[in-house]
Ligand binder design. Sequence first.
Ligand SMILES: [Zn+2]
Length: 276
Amino acid sequence: MKFREKKLAHAYLIETNNIDKLIIDLKKLITVINCPHEYQEDCHKCNLCNLITKNNLPNLITIEPDGQMIKKAQIEDLKTAFETKPIYSKYNIYLIKNAEKLNGSSANAMLKFLEEPNEGILGFFLTNNKDIIMPTIKSRCQTLVVNYQNDNLLASLNITESKYLEYQEIIKNYLSQLKTANVFSNKEIVLTKLPERNEVEVMFKIIFEIYHNHFLKNLNKPYDIELTKIYQTAEKNPIIIKKLNIIAKFLQNLRYNVNMELLLDKFIIEMRNIDG
Ligand SMILES: [Zn+2]
């Protein structure tokens, strides 16, 4: 993430697939913004950077849901804490974890910060799904999406990040035509770009991951929920579960050496049947 201080908004809404990882990155960003010295990567020299890294900076407040919700009292406490100008750092900064857990009254309490932006206050609303954030909050923030590559995925696929990006391009092309192109030309995308069987396997494992992430986002669950829990909640999201099953079946048949062209045909037809 590259932020430049001159362009800072007073509040950001950031959608991410990994809130904890994002907070680590945001802390780095916050040190860059506040460090009184010529900032260098991982400044350990100065007190301020050390305070931020160790979570001990009084002007940096993280709020997370208290039970099911972020409560109004939590926001009132934040407001009280930020009535005074920061002493150590340039900004009073708040991070709201799982900002979708702001309810009507806590979101209302929040609005004053957002409607009358104070130059010395900087806010970050973090969520797995920006679509379910209260519109009053959303409309007053600059929205960003920061998604992290799943390191485990790359390791398990045994491919490099640049290879992964190549696959992504092919997949984007393939999926965007899945519904519309004729079966033959759709199949050609795969067969010409990825002649090896194990390459097709990697491609479909990535496709599985894409749908899987969609599914998690819809459930608004943490990124790495175990598969067992997913199937327990299957009835809440039958279409995407059906698609995940089709992809899983494809991968299984691939391992059983079923003819590739037949498999690809079958895949397209089954996916189209589900979309109706
Ligand atoms: Zn520093």
